[in-house]
Design a protein around this ligand. Structure first.
Ligand SMILES: Cc1ncc(COP(=O)(O)O)c(C=O)c1O
Length: 467
């Protein structure tokens, strides 16, 4: 398959067809895939780009994404005011840096970092970068321990469930760490304690526990995994730290499941990441990572630069980045407070539970999760439904603009195809009702015109859904 950025060679000389009302003088030829010789008026450029973008889906009808698709006008104004501030120039923009520091402190407090532990962290472009940093810290610590003991440090591995998001496979490939993926099996769709401990050995840099599996929204039992690793330490002397990938759950569990034990309360949890742009309720472009204490973040991962003015520590993979998302994160913390976040997420959860309950009652579906952990749930067709597939259903729902992904589970369960729905702020009970009506209508249609012999979406045309 060609890469998305690769252009069909026959299209290289294509030109934009300008509506005559936009042309200011003479003819205006604007190549599509090459830089035009002269520019156009600002208003013309704006109109052209807007015209192109009307082909994009409506973000609010996208039930596939975890990422924020609605913010208040005040937040948008604030973000626009901060676009020009470079997050990395902490000496130039000390107050933006201060807002980042406050956000890190708010999160470490929310995640129960022990008082005075010196928890440390930073903002990132998203959870992928945050996971990369968390993984690197585990790798560096393991290697230092092994080298100090005069042991082989060339074959690190990382233990996780096969349901992890692709960023962890990237981490392993980029840093040459062996991924030890515990397969999903029917009835156990994420990592559990005994399986995690069974995979660990002296080369294990850590275990990733996902709070809010991308596949079905379920929480991996961090406390159970930790207890299994405590037992491993007691019996085999292996001390394996945990990184919690709380991309979604890090911003949900503190508000909706305050009794779930998953964060720094668990002594084995060394670091936690979360996406500010998911249930942190900020537009795309911000993630967070917090380490329990300074010891969990090896000093040689921190670079100090003086060319920005002042002596600045930096430990993100990225360098320049707009300060607008961090300002917006702090805005949300101020604006909502604990109770506000709770109310927003509770409303999402109520909608998710309502939707999953109604879908379960429809007949052809079986729920795998119901939205009671993350406001996210997955369902599949019952085994005796043969006339159509979830891919057909997903395709038909697109006719009304709904984007609901159908996908198969990873290796070992690839014959299980599911649909996942992510309920986010702004997906109201009202919209949920309209979605249910459309779903019901499409199920009826597919029942009347089964596609088992001529599926709407042939197996080789099913678009892969990247988690
Ligand atoms: C569990 C998990 N980890 C990591 C990521 C990557 O997050 P981001 O898109 O913020 O880079 C995701 C995204 O869906 C996720 O669900």
């Amino acid at each position: 398959m060609p890469l998305q950025s690769q252009v069909d060679q026959t299209k290289l000389n294509a030109e934009l067809d300008l509506n005559p009302v936009y042309v200011q003088e003479g003819t205006c030829e604007i190549p599509v895939y090459r830089l035009g010789q002269d520019g156009v008026q600002a208003a013309t450029a704006l109109q052209i780009v807007r015209d192109e973008l009307i082909l994009d889906g409506n973000a609010r009808l996208n039930l596939a994404t975890f990422v924020t698709t609605w913010m208040e006008p005040e937040a948008q104004t604030l973000m626009a005011e901060c676009f020009d501030k470079n997050m990395i120039d902490k000496d130039e923009y000390p107050q933006t840096a201060e807002l980042e520091r406050r956000c890190v402190n708010i999160l470490s407090d929310l995640w129960n970092a022990p008082a005075g532990s010196g928890a440390t962290g930073c903002s990132t472009t998203g959870s992928s970068e945050a996971c990369m940093l968390g993984g690197m810290a585990l790798l560096w610590r393991w290697r230092a321990r092994r080298q100090a003991a005069g042991l082989d440090s060339t074959r690190p591995n990382l233990v996780m469930g096969a349901n992890v998001q692709v960023c962890w496979e990237k981490f392993c490939r980029y840093w040459q760490v062996e991924p030890k993926l515990v397969p999903m099996v029917p009835g156990r769709l994420h990592l559990r304690g005994p399986e995690a401990a069974a995979e660990c050995d002296e080369n294990t840099i850590g275990v990733v526990a996902v709070l809010g599996s991308t596949m079905d929204g379920s929480y991996e039992p961090v406390a159970e995994i930790s207890a299994a690793l405590d037992h491993l330490q007691a019996t085999r002397g292996l001390d394996v730290p945990i990184h919690v990938d709380g991309a979604s759950g890090g911003f949900v569990a503190p508000f909706l499941q305050p009794d779930t034990v998953w964060d720094f309360e668990v002594p084995r949890v060394a670091s936690i990441n979360a996406s500010g742009h998911k249930y942190g309720l900020v537009y795309p472009g911000v993630g967070w990572i917090v380490w329990r204490d300074a010891a969990a973040l090896p000093d040689d991962l921190v670079f100090r630069v003086n060319y920005l003015g002042g002596d600045m520590p930096t430990f993100a993979l990225n360098f320049s980045r707009s300060g607008s998302n961090v300002a917006a994160q702090y805005y949300n913390f101020l604006r909502l407070g604990f109770n506000g976040y709770r109310r927003v997420h509770k409303a999402c959860q109520d909608v998710a539970l309502h939707l999953s309950g109604e879908i379960a009652k429809m007949g052809p579906f079986e729920l795998l999760t119901d939205g009671s952990e993350l406001p996210v749930f997955a369902f599949k067709l019952r085994d005796d439904v043969e006339g159509f597939t979830v891919f057909d259903l997903s395709e038909r729902l697109r006719q009304r603009g709904w984007q609901v992904p159908a996908y198969t589970f990873p290796e070992n369960m690839t014959d299980t195809a599911v649909i996942r729905i992510v309920v986010r702020n702004g997906f109201s009970r009202d919209l949920a009702g309209l979605f249910l009506d459309d779903l019901q209508r499409q199920v009826k249609l597919l029942d009347l015109h089964p596609h088992s012999h001529a599926p709407l979406v042939a197996p080789n045309q099913r678009e892969a859904f990247t988690h």
